[in-house]
Design a protein around this ligand. Sequence first.
Ligand code: SAM
Length: 198
Amino acid sequence: MDETYHSRNGAISESKHVFIKQGIHRTQGNIHILEIGFGTGLNALLTAIESEKMQRKIKYHTLEPFPVPNHLITALNYGHWLKNSSMYDAIHDTNWENENALTDTFFLHKTTQKLEYIKLKDSCYDIVFFDAFAPKKQPDLWSEPIFSKLSQSLKKGGILTTYSAAGQLKRDLKACGFVLEHPSGANGKREMTVAIKP
Ligand SMILES: C[S@@+](CC[C@H](N)C(=O)[O-])C[C@H]1O[C@@H](n2cnc3c(N)ncnc32)[C@H](O)[C@@H]1O
C-alpha cells in the first residue's frame, strides 16, 4: 500500500497520545479494547505496560489479517525502547485466535480476521482503537457501514479513538450517532478524533 505503520514524527509518542491518553485515560476500571490493526504490536505493548502500572485489568482484542514478519518485529525492537522486552516478546509469541493471560492484568486475543468480515459481539467493548491505514489507502475501512458496526460493538458511553480528523470521517461518525471531540493530535498535529457513543 506504500504506507507507513506509524507517524514519521514519532511512533511511540503518537500511540501514547492517541490511544493511551485520549483512549484508556478517559475510562476507569477494568476494560475491554478492540484494536483495528495490530501491526507492530506497539499499541498492545503500551496498553500492557499501562494495565500493570494502573493495576486495571484490560482485555485486548486485536485484528491483523497481514501479520508483520518476525524479522521486522525483531528489528523494530519496541521492547527495548519501552524497557519491556519480555512483554514485547510475549505479545508476539502468543497464539493467534485465543485469549491468553500475559500478566495478571493484560489479556490478549489476536485474530487474523478482517474488520469487514468479523462478527463482533454487541455492546462488548469500552474502547475501539481505530488504527487502520490512512483513509486514502483503505477507504472501505473508513466508511459508514464499518463505523456503524463498531458503534454496535461498543458499550453505551464507549469511545472510538483515532489519529485522523478527516472531514468525511467526521461526517460518517456523526451519521452513526457518535458525539465527536477533537483534541489536538500528537506531535503538533492540529486535531485527532474521539467519538463517543451516547
Ligand atoms: C497503521 S497499521 C497499525 C499499527 C498498529 N496499531 C501498531 O501498534 O503497530 C494498520 C494495520 O491495519 C491492518 N489491516 C489492513 N487491513 C485490515 C482489515 N481489513 N482489517 C483489520 N486490519 C487491517 C494492516 O495490516 C496494518 O497492520
